[in-house]
Ligand binder design. Structure first.
Ligand code: ES4
Ligand code: ZN
Length: 328
């Protein structure tokens, strides 16, 4: 078959997708209308044309502004169901999805409505579409440590609906050790832990070391700069760490390199366990996993064997009981 057909036919998983980053412009208008809000854009095209960013902070400003239309339980249901339907249509059979509750709590939305709406969508998508999923609560790292702890405490009554916690948003000035106690408490409550180490951040390698050795993460989201340290690569291998890489946003190392380095290529060459995800597809050209993978084959010169190996890593990485993993 053609490459596109081959990729489409692979049974896939996704581990790095921010639900709020799947909020398409069309749905933003629909939710704004339902919630009696006005958006400062004439139409979908004008809204999409405003998605212009050049680094993590400028991306985040657009992303946080966009999610303000999410107000009520059915909004979170619609958001999650739409992503799961899209993913299922591309043969994703399992997904672990991030969400950023702090941003919603700020607007007066309750944790019960956020987690409840998403969980209801997960159940319906599993029974109607056959896609299984779990939910990872992310701490917004540029908000205070106190806010993150209050959010964790508000979420723990719903821990049966969560599989883990993560760390996202603006890394500059917000190193992982700010969340040491939160991660320990999450672990003590039976949750898995992961953290974003976006590429080319300040103190990138120091922060990768901290998440590995101090926060004791089970996975790393992005993490491409690790290829610049043979010592950290060895630690990650020793720990069996999987990396959730999103080449659309974090595909190249540039800052300290003479020549741009392709992240997926370099990580595979270093022998690391790489899985590929779509990150924030609504803000990244509405390209979902099939499109991301087709592009990755070209830009990272992936062989078919590598694609298949990454597909397999994609299921090994699941935070599921071993028996359930084997059944996939
Ligand atoms: C994010 Cl790619 C990325 N990095 C950090 N924070 C995020 N929130 C949503 N997408
Ligand atoms: Zn991300």
């Amino acid at each position: 078959p053609t490459l596109a057909k081959f990729i489409h036919g692979l049974p896939k998983s996704e581990y790095h997708v921010h639900l709020e980053g799947t909020l398409e412009a069309e749905m933003k208008f629909a939710l704004a209308k339902r919630n009696g809000m006005n958006l400062p854009f004439a139409d979908v095209a004008a809204m999409k044309a405003s998605y212009q960013y050049h680094d993590l902070p400028s991306f985040l400003a657009i992303y946080y502004d966009g999610m303000k239309v999410l107000q009520k339980e059915p909004d979170f249901y619609d958001l999650a169901y739409a992503y799961l339907a899209k993913a299922a249509s591309q043969n994703v059979i399992y997904a672990e999805m991030f969400f950023d509750p702090q941003e919603h709590l700020k607007r007066g939305v309750t944790m019960a409505d956020v987690i409840g709406g998403i969980t209801r969508a997960r159940r319906d998508a599993e029974s109607k579409l056959g896609i299984r999923s779990q939910l990872i609560l992310c701490f917004v790292r540029d908000l205070s440590a106190e806010s993150a702890m209050a959010t964790l405490d508000a979420a723990l009554p719903f821990k049966a609906d969560l599989v883990g916690v993560g760390l996202d948003s603006d890394e500059a000035g917000n190193p992982p050790e700010k969340f040491r106690e939160h991660f320990a408490k999450a672990r003590a409550n039976g949750l898995k832990v992961t953290a974003h180490c976006d590429v080319d951040q300040t103190d990138t390698l120091k922060n990768i070391r901290t998440v590995l050795t101090d926060l004791k993460v089970d996975r790393i989201d992005h993490g491409g700069n690790i290829v610049q340290s043979t010592e950290l690569v060895a630690i990650a291998k020793e720990r069996g760490i999987y990396f959730t890489v999103c080449p659309t946003f974090s595909g190249t190392l540039r800052r300290t390199e003479k020549m741009p380095v392709d992240v997926v290529r370099a990580m595979l060459d270093a022998g690391l366990k790489v899985t590929i995800s779509s990150d924030d597809p609504a803000y990244m050209g509405s390209e979902y996993i099939d499109g991301v993978l087709i592009r990755a084959v070209d830009r990272s010169r992936l062989s078919k064997a590598e694609l298949i190996a990454m597909t397999r890593y994609g299921f090994e990485a699941a935070w599921l009981p071993e028996a359930d993993k084997a059944a996939m």
